[in-house]
Design a protein around this ligand. Structure first.
Ligand SMILES: NC(=O)c1ccc[n+]([C@@H]2O[C@H](COP(=O)([O-])OP(=O)(O)OC[C@H]3O[C@@H](n4cnc5c(N)ncnc54)[C@H](O)[C@@H]3O)[C@@H](O)[C@H]2O)c1
Length: 240
């Protein structure tokens, strides 16, 4: 019996690939045999690319820039999997006058950015009747979050809704669209923020690779019968 977790011959594009979860995901996908396009708003260094090996390529793209995202699709039209990990979490005061601009930015990156990517790659996947899209949501989108502001919680709730929106259209076309809802993960996003471990049943933050491997699973044939699921990876938080 073949190992359905393997990704040999698959090409997966990861946004936010210079971030903690994105880079760990790229490494997991490479480990499983995929070729990976690491995409972020800043260039991936030659040193990192060399370390990742010959199956890693890079692309610079601001996910909020629709034209740039369309160019990304023209550069990598035969993408089998898409991991939408680019995201921001500003720590600011939602009572401030300036906060409205922060709200718009969070929505632009976390929600519209994800739509921009899915919009260009999804039709080609449907045409080929194969493809995997993984949206990165958050526990904040489920239960309001532990430290995040309302812009972030709302944006990730929207991401979870997008998983369902795309999945309904993906399933009849042989494409799988799922999401992942991480709890608090030790990456740059939460660096320096106080964290109350007593609020998590497992008593600790998650590590980036503990999210990366579940994402790699959702990129693989091992998840072929999943569509519209948002997988919780949160150290045991339970909520209805
Ligand atoms: N770290 C956590 O605790 C946690 C928890 C739940 C969900 N998430 C989500 O996981 C994803 C990855 O987060 P992370 O922890 O790796 O954060 P991170 O800050 O380490 O990485 C985020 C990456 O997104 C990139 N990015 C931001 N705006 C962009 C844009 N406009 N265009 C292209 N790239 C852009 C950044 O350059 C960065 O490399 C995010 O969507 C985040 O909301 C994180």
């Amino acid at each position: 019996m073949s190992n359905l977790f393997r990704l040999d011959g698959q090409s997966v594009l990861v946004t936010g690939a210079l971030g903690g979860i994105g880079l760990a995901t790229a490494r997991a996908l490479l480990e499983q045999g995929a070729s990976v396009v690491l995409c972020d708003q800043a260039p991936v260094s030659d040193v990192l690319l060399a370390e990742l090996g010959p199956n890693a390529r890079s692309a610079v793209c601001d996910v909020t820039d629709r034209r740039a995202v369309e160019q990304l699709f023209r550069d990598f039209p035969n993408t089998d999997g898409l991991v939408l990990s680019a995201g921001i979490l500003p720590f600011d005061d939602w009572m401030d006058e300036q906060w409205d601009a922060s709200f718009d930015r969070v929505m632009a990156v976390n929600v519209r950015g994800s739509i921009n990517l899915a919009r260009v790659f999804f039709p080609a996947m449907c045409e080929r009747r194969s493809g995997k899209i993984v949206f990165v949501g958050s526990v904040a989108g489920r239960m309001g979050g532990m430290q995040a502001g309302p812009h972030y919680a709302a944006s990730k709730g929207a991401v979870h809704a997008l998983v369902r929106w795309f999945a309904q259209r993906a399933a009849p076309n042989g494409v799988n669209v799922n999401g992942i809802a991480p709890g608090s993960i030790a990456t740059e996003m939460l660096a320096g923020k106080p964290f109350d471990t007593s609020r998590v049943p497992m008593g600790r933050m998650g590590m980036a690779d503990e999210v990366a491997w579940p994402i790699a699973f959702l990129c693989s044939s091992a998840s072929n019968y999943m569509n519209g699921a948002v997988m919780d990876v949160n150290g045991g938080l339970i909520f209805s």
